[in-house]
Ligand binder design. Structure first.
Ligand SMILES: Cc1cc2nc3c(=O)[nH]c(=O)nc-3n(C[C@H](O)[C@H](O)[C@H](O)COP(=O)(O)OP(=O)(O)OC[C@H]3O[C@@H](n4cnc5c(N)ncnc54)[C@H](O)[C@@H]3O)c2cc1C
Length: 514
């Protein structure tokens, strides 16, 4: 008999599920409980090279308060129905809004979108999960609060809480979002409400200023995990500097990645360059505004000769380093001499806003480095077309030889499967996120197969060389968890069983099941 639902949670009968849905409706109202296929369309779209049916949710529900979430987890425990929490659900390239496994109920927190507090003196904020970067950006502008946000490339569309919980990155000096997070409120699977850090002290006014609290530091347990539903998140905001000097340094050879990183590392560690610098490959740059088919129509990876043609026509480096200086004009003058001197000595072409301010690629990088909204990067989806994208994101030491090795390994595997090396290194202090966008056409079964096999091989080969990935899409979460070994898996499972014995929160997130 055909089911009334487009999917059911694993091990839950239709009858039981209907009872749970009825209870959700009594808590949230009919309009906030979606079960029809067309209503669920936004929650079923994935960009991954697997069938959508593997990630189809059974329903989507949208609470408006902590109390409603507490009532929801009660229902979930009674009927063993799992929920997949999302904040704004724009985790594109990592699984979007769809759950890790078929049949979970998407718990969409978009209606909880209050900016609870911004403290302009302490430069802190406390927000609910549904707050988007755009909303916060506009709030700061409208209220003339001189603080900067740190958005990701998907800026205006995405949300602050979901990004920080997935340990995402941006491009100002506050680029490591979990590092600049401070204090959380979490609904646990048993319905209890935990405030982490200083938030557990009644009447505390230090929740958003001191991260560590007392005893074991718990916030990390609720990132990239399924141990709770985060309902508030504290964060630090960057005071708008009196002066800001963005620049790009272009290097023309692939092997230059080695000297770029050797030049950058000491400048980053000494915080002479304070922001999360990006070293973007030629095809990343090109992909944001060009179509591949205008340059190459053959099969397989785009040949290097065509990449060079694109570089020449559009004045792109093989590597394009985007960084900025922040502070008083005097500080910037001093640091600029150091930075300009170091990159010029390394053979880079150093260009400031006066020369490249009109270039749309420079503009989007500049915007992100000063906390503005910009969606130029969404252009990557037109490079190949067909809506397929997954990020491969291994971590590298900030060392030239290591980045060169990772680049060569990745390029050779991508070429084997006919995919392009569309990549960037995001420079932390001592590490780099090597972000590679596997772009493919989801309507072409051959490309789907290749993209899946390519990602799988990248994981295998990189793990064999000792490289772990920092974040992954929902189709590969188990495999990535395996690369981190049995002990870590066991610890995660022990925590999961203790805090969520019925496995009602996001089973499968980061490969963690009961
Ligand atoms: C062109 C492009 C550029 C991008 N650039 C960047 C970039 O520069 N940096 C970057 O980090 N990402 C980037 N992304 C990836 C992604 O869009 C962002 O990370 C985005 O912020 C994630 O979506 P979200 O903020 O809506 O989070 P959500 O999708 O809401 O959440 C992300 C995940 O966190 C968990 N989660 C969310 N809310 C909760 C909660 N309340 N409680 C418990 N768990 C929860 C869930 O597992 C969820 O899947 C980019 C994507 C695209 C398409």
């Amino acid at each position: 008999m055909k089911s009334r639902y487009i999917a059911l949670p694993k091990g839950v009968s239709e009858k039981q599920f209907s009872k749970a849905i009825k209870e959700f409706r009594s808590i949230l109202g009919d309009e906030n409980v979606l079960v029809e296929a067309e209503q669920l369309a936004p929650y079923t779209k994935i960009m991954m090279p697997v069938d959508e049916s593997e990630h189809t949710p059974s329903a989507a529900i949208s609470p408006a308060s902590v109390e409603e979430i507490q009532a929801i987890v009660g229902v979930c425990n009674r009927y063993k129905v799992p929920v997949w929490p999302i904040s704004t659900g724009r985790n594109m390239g990592y699984g979007s809004a769809a759950p890790a496994t078929r049949g979970q109920v998407v718990l969409d927190l978009k209606r909880m979108n209050r900016i609870i507090e911004v403290d302009a003196d302490l430069c802190t904020a406390l927000v609910e999960p549904g707050v988007t970067y755009r909303q916060m950006h506009d709030y700061l502008r409208e209220n003339k609060i001189p603080l900067w946000l740190d958005p990701p490339g998907s800026s205006a569309l995405a949300g602050i809480v979901g990004n920080a919980l997935d340990r995402g990155v941006g491009y100002t000096p506050y680029g490591d979002h979990f590092l600049f997070q401070c204090g959380m409120e979490v609904v646990l699977a048993n319905g209890e409400l935990l405030r982490t850090g200083m938030g557990s002290i009644p009447n505390s006014n230090t929740w958003q200023v001191f991260k560590w609290g007392y005893g074991p530091y718990l916030d990390g347990l609720f990132t990239q995990s399924n141990l709770g539903i985060v309902t508030k998140l504290g964060m630090w905001l960057l005071p708008q500097p009196p002066a800001f000097k963005p620049f790009v340094v272009r290097f023309n050879e692939e092997a230059d990645i080695n000297k770029i990183v050797e030049t950058l590392r000491p400048l980053r560690i000494a915080m002479i360059i304070p922001n999360a610098v990006v070293i973007a490959s030629a095809l990343w740059e090109a992909g944001t505004f060009l179509k591949r088919s205008d340059y190459y129509k053959g099969s397989g990876t785009i040949p290097d000769a065509d990449v060079h043609r694109i570089m020449k026509q559009h004045e792109l480096g093989h590597w394009n380093v985007y960084a900025a200086l922040y502070g008083s004009p005097e500080q910037i003058d001093v640091n600029w001499k150091i930075v300009n001197g170091a990159f010029t000595a390394a053979g880079g072409e150093v260009l400031t806003e006066e020369y490249v301010g009109d270039d749309p690629v420079f503009r989007y990088r500049r915007d992100l480095m000063r906390g503005d909204m910009n969606l130029q990067e969404m252009g990557l989806y037109n490079w190949r077309g067909g809506g397929g994208s997954i990020w491969f994101a291994p971590v590298s030491q900030s060392r030239g030889s290591e980045t060169h090795k990772q680049m060569a390994m990745a390029k050779s595997i991508l070429t084997e499967f006919g995919l392009d090396y569309v990549a960037e290194f995001i420079v932390g202090w001592r590490d780099m996120h090597h972000i590679i966008d596997l772009l493919f056409d989801r309507t072409d079964p051959e490309q789907m197969k290749n993209a899946y096999a390519c990602y799988d091989k990248l994981l295998d080969v990189f793990a064999r060389e000792g490289y772990g990935t920092y974040r992954t899409n929902t189709a590969f979460m188990n495999k990535v968890a395996d690369t981190y070994g049995t002990t870590q898996k066991n610890v995660n499972q022990t925590l999961k069983r203790a805090l969520d014995p019925n496995g009602i929160i996001a089973p499968g997130k980061s490969g963690i099941f009961n």
